[in-house]
Design a protein around this ligand. Structure first.
Ligand SMILES: Nc1nc2c([nH]c(=O)n2[C@H]2C[C@H](O)[C@@H](COP(=O)(O)OP(=O)(O)OP(=O)(O)O)O2)c(=O)[nH]1
Length: 149
């Protein structure tokens, strides 16, 4: 008789994303970022952020990613709860994302790393960019939070 090892469940990696708005207390615009890589995702628009490193807390990862990618400091607001346990949003079979609202407290966002364009989108313009497919339900959940300027 041979012993069989059950197939390993691939670990799901946590990604952090910032729904950066112009003003946390009265948001009217959302910051979208256009990815440059990998080629399969290049040109897709997303929330700035990235993978949480081993041993790193998600909120520390969020501040680090936003500093690296956009060169700004942020104040983090409330969580935008997703449908998965832990209030995360499904991305792929390998990734899920936790999303917070945030606003810039220092600096001017610039596409320093991983993106080649940023755009502030008003509530009625959220779909003028081509969001990555996994971001569409997140954008739908954000839309009612934005008021017309
Ligand atoms: N940051 C971010 N990633 C997203 C979004 N939507 C989405 O499907 N993804 C995917 C793209 C990637 O496969 C994965 C996140 O990886 P990433 O490339 O942003 O992470 P990272 O900055 O830490 O990159 P790296 O250092 O590992 O290259 O999640 C989104 O809105 N924001």
């Amino acid at each position: 008789m041979t012993s069989q090892t059950p197939p390993a469940t691939p670990a799901v990696r946590l990604v952090v994303g910032a729904a950066i708005v112009d003003d946390l207390s009265s948001p009217t615009r959302l910051l979208a970022a256009r990815r440059t890589e990998p080629s399969a995702l290049a040109g897709g628009w997303e929330l700035p952020g990235g993978k949480v490193d081993d041993g790193e807390s998600p909120i520390v990862a969020l501040h680090r990613e936003i500093d690296e990618e956009l060169g700004v400091r942020i104040s983090v607001g409330r969580l935008l709860p997703g449908p998965l346990p832990g209030a995360t949003w499904p991305l792929t079979d390998r990734f899920e994302m936790i999303v917070w609202l945030a606003e810039v407290t220092e600096g001017e966002p610039a596409p320093l790393e991983d993106h080649d364009e940023l755009r502030w989108l008003a509530a009625d313009r959220l779909h003028e960019v081509g969001w990555l497919p996994a971001d569409l339900p997140i954008v739908e959940a954000l839309a009612p939070l934005l008021t017309a300027a």
